[in-house]
Write a protein that binds this ligand. Sequence first.
Ligand SMILES: [Zn+2]
Length: 91
Amino acid sequence: MNHLLLLILLGFALFYWVYFCRGRKGRPVDWQSLPTREQYLALHPEARGEDGIACHHCGHLGLQAQGRVHLADFRHQYACPRCHRVLFRSQ
Ligand SMILES: [Zn+2]
C-alpha cells in the first residue's frame, strides 16, 4: 500500500515538473526586454549563418518560433530547442 502511494506521489511530481517547470523554462518575464532579430544579429554577428540564424550559446541552427503566451499569440519569441534559451523576439 505504501508503495502505491509513493508511486502516485512520484507521478504527480513528474507531471508537475513536465508541465510547469519545463514549460516555463526559457520564457522571459518581460517580452519587450528581448532584442529584436536585427538587434540580436548586431549583438552576435557570428550567429548569422548561410542556413539561417544560429543560437549564440550552443551554435544550434533551426530556432523555434513560439507564441509568447499561446501558439496563436502574435508576439513571437525565438528559442533554441537544444539549450532552451530565448534569443530574440519578433518586431
Ligand atoms: Zn542553444
